[in-house]
Each structure stands twice: as structure tokens, then as C-alpha cells.
Design a protein around this ligand. Structure first.
Ligand code: FAD
Length: 276
């Protein structure tokens, strides 16, 4: 596809998961991603797996972005982790606040992702390309839509180079977000994050947690399929290919796929987009 593409993975928990992810990556590398990113459990819970997977991607000759969350972290640990990533040859970070699992106290020396972005710039200068998260449908904890947009602008002002959005199915929310950001003078690339639909229950669960809206017609169609996974997947491919095509036609700066460590759906969406 004639558009920068990136793929997101999560660190596998088992040796079997790691093998499966290696195979997924090899399948997806055929699409020549601009970079592949690896998520980071808030509170540093997946640090070893995240850094390990990032290291593997770099060894495979592909640019890697390490997600990096600051909630609960101290400046000393963040400094140490940044030094490790620099020594590994990592050049791109996705800088996040993150969400601590319930039961953890807030603590830490960073309150918001903008604090982390400022700290990374202060400590490492221009060593990293910094991505931040954007929420076209508004972050669930935001005081208001306007406050959330201001928070996004603050992250860019602190030194972020570009952004990846939370996934969405309503492209109008994305276009309005980008327009509103531009009105504030924020003109960094905002790359839409795309979640392939492969499972109804998983999608409902994720969307409730992250505040992504599933339009009524999609929700009802998915509910109507019940346990018929073949129909869910087929419908999901149609919906997401149409969404990507619409975004591409509108001139988005790239597409970031939340692969969920699976190659099949993303590969099929890419194949269809090459044919449209
Ligand atoms: P922030 O930008 O700090 O915003 C968090 C909330 O605080 C928002 O409601 C915002 O409006 C508000 N806010 C910000 N600044 C201020 C201020 N100065 N005053 C008042 N309110 C303010 N989570 C993980 O744990 N690991 C990952 O790897 C991961 N990867 C992600 C990748 C992408 C592309 C996206 C979109 C999300 C990812 N997340 C990840 C989820 C993310 O950590 C959560 O959405 C988290 O709740 C917010 O993180 P943030 O960086 O957007 O926070």
C-alpha cells in the first residue's frame, strides 16, 4: 500500500507465544512497515518482554518503537530505562502515561504523558522520535473534550513528533480531531490506529475499557452473528477495509494496525487495500 504502515504487538508471555509472534512478524514484514511497536505494561510490568521483543525486531532489520509508560515510575528508573533503550539502538518511543492496574497506588514522579515527553527531551535531547497517544473519541478520564485536546497539544508542545490514535470506527471523529488540533497550531502527523475486528466479545471488552465507540449498527450486526466466528471475521474485514480506504483517500499520514499479535486479519486487509 502506498502509505506508511506500522504494526503494534504486545510482548508474549510464553515461549510458544514468542514463537508465534516471530511468525506473525515475518508474515507482516512483507508489507515493509515503517516501524513495528511493542506495548509496555504500566508500572514496568512487561519491561523484560517489551525490551526483548524490541531487540528481536531490531535484529530482524526492522525499525522498532518501544512503548514507554510513566505512571508509577520514578525519574531514576526512567533515566535508566532510556539509557538501556539508547544502548540497544532504539530510535523511536511511544510515550504514554499508562494505567496502573487497580490495587496499585498512584505514586510515581510523573502525572501525565506530557511530563514524560518533557523529561525524555530534557534527558536525551533529539535521540528519539517521540510518538504520543491521541483520542479522537476523547480519553475516558478527560474532564471535557476541550481539556483532552489541550492535553494532546501539551504533549506535542513538550516535544512529541507525531501521534497514533486510539482505534475508532467513526472516521468523522478522527477528521474533526485533526482539524481541531490544527486550529490550536498542532500540525504533527496524527496516524489513525486501526483495530481489525476478529472477535465480538474481545472488541466489546476493549472498547468499553478504552472509550472507543462501537457504532450501533456494528454492535448489532456483531451481536446478530452470535458464535458464528466466520461471519464476524468476514464482516470485520469488510468494515475495516472500508474504513482504511476512506482514511487513505482522505490523505492520512499513515496507518497503524493493532495486530493483537495476529497476522491473518491485517494481511487480508492489506491485500484488499492493494486491490481497491
Ligand atoms: P495522557 O496524555 O497523560 O492523558 C491521560 C488523561 O489525563 C486524559 O484524560 C487527559 O485528558 C488528562 N490530562 C492530560 N494532561 C492533563 C493535565 N495537565 N491536567 C489535567 N488532565 C490532564 N497503555 C499501556 O499501559 N501500555 C501501552 O503500551 C499502551 N500503548 C498505547 C498506544 C496507543 C497508540 C494508545 C492510543 C494508547 C496506549 N495505551 C497503552 C493506553 C494509555 O496508556 C491509556 O489510554 C492511558 O489511560 C492514557 O495514557 P496517555 O499517554 O494518553 O495519557
Amino acid at each position: 500500500m502506498n502509505l506508511p504502515i506500522s504494526f503494534e504487538f504486545f510482548p508474549p508471555k510464553t515461549p510458544e507465544g514468542a514463537d508465534k509472534l516471530r511468525a506473525t512478524r515475518q508474515a507482516l514484514y512483507a508489507h515493509q512497515p515503517e516501524f513495528c511497536s511493542v506495548t509496555f505494561g504500566a508500572g514496568g510490568s512487561t519491561q523484560e518482554g517489551t525490551f526483548g521483543t524490541v531487540g528481536e525486531i531490531l535484529k530482524e532489520g526492522v525499525a522498532a518503537a518501544c512503548h514507554f509508560s510513566c505512571v508509577g515510575a520514578t525519574k531514576a528508573t526512567v533515566r535508566e530505562q532510556l539509557a538501556t533503550l539508547q544502548a540497544m539502538g532504539v530510535k523511536r518511543l511511544v510515550a504514554l502515561r499508562g494505567d496502573l492496574p487497580s490495587g496499585y497506588g498512584a505514586g510515581g514522579e510523573f502525572h501525565y504523558a506530557s511530563d514524560l515527553v518533557s523529561f525524555i527531551r530534557e534527558f536525551t535531547g533529539d535521540a528519539f522520535h517521540i510518538e504520543v497517544a491521541a483520542y479522537p473519541e476523547i480519553h475516558p478520564q478527560a474532564k471535557s473534550a476541550d481539556a483532552d485536546l489541550q492535553a494532546f497539544a501539551a504533549k506535542v508542545k513538550a516535544g512529541a513528533n507525531s501521534a497514533i490514535t486510539q482505534y475508532f470506527f467513526n472516521s468523522d471523529a478522527y477528521f474533526r480531531f485533526v482539524d481541531d488540533a490544527l486550529q490550536l497550531g498542532v500540525d504533527v502527523p496524527v496516524v489513525p490506529g486501526i483495530m481489525p475486528i476478529t472477535s465480538s466479545t474481545q472488541l466489546m471488552r476493549f472498547s468499553d475499557a478504552c472509550g472507543a465507540e462501537i457504532p450501533r449498527w456494528i454492535r448489532l450486526r456483531l451481536q446478530g452473528f452470535g458464535d458464528d466466528t466466520a461471519s464476524i471475521k468476514s464482516f470485520g474485514l469488510d468494515v475495516i477495509t472500508d474504513l482504511c480506504d476512506q482514511l487513505r483517500t482522505a490523505g492520512v499520514p499513515g496507518i497503524h494496525f493493532y495486530t493483537m499479535n495476529q497476522a491473518a486479519a491485517t494481511t487480508e486487509i492489506m491485500r484488499r487495500l492493494q486491490q481497491v
